[in-house]
Design a protein around this ligand. Structure first.
Ligand SMILES: [Zn+2]
Length: 125
């Protein structure tokens, strides 16, 4: 069995261990848009050990955006409020998706949010 596969499986098991806590925190709704469609834990920082700060409960549509699916500016208003979350995976993750759309309201919303200043600067440059 390939080593990468085992590492990935171990990570998925670790993430699954947080599932209950994340679901409770999220109130069993998408932490970006509040939707309830096919909710799953999303791993914002695969480069770090998984934890409550780096995991978010997202619906199918939001996971698609997180994975790089093209965003429609109109649809994105649904995740604007996620910028105000105190969970980095929720606020920064949403900010990264929002920043792919160049509309003025997006820049303003990111500027006003409390996400990490370094991330903010990177997203608004
Ligand atoms: Zn969602």
């Amino acid at each position: 069995m390939a080593k990468g596969y085992v590492a990935n499986r171990e990570r998925l098991e670790e993430i699954a261990g947080f599932g209950k806590g994340i679901g409770k925190r999220a109130g069993f709704a998408c932490e970006w848009c509040g939707g309830k469609d096919d909710l799953r834990v999303w791993d914002q920082r695969p480069d770090l050990p998984p934890g409550m700060e780096t995991l978010a409960l997202l619906c199918l549509r939001c996971r698609g955006w997180a994975d790089g699916r093209q965003v429609e500016p109109r649809e994105l208003r649904a995740i604007r409020d996620a910028l105000w979350s105190d969970v980095p995976a929720v606020a920064e993750g949403a900010a990264r998706v929002l920043s792919r759309c160049r509309e003025p309201w997006v820049r303003e919303a990111i500027e006003e949010s409390f996400i990490d200043e370094t991330v903010k600067t990177e997203l608004l440059k």
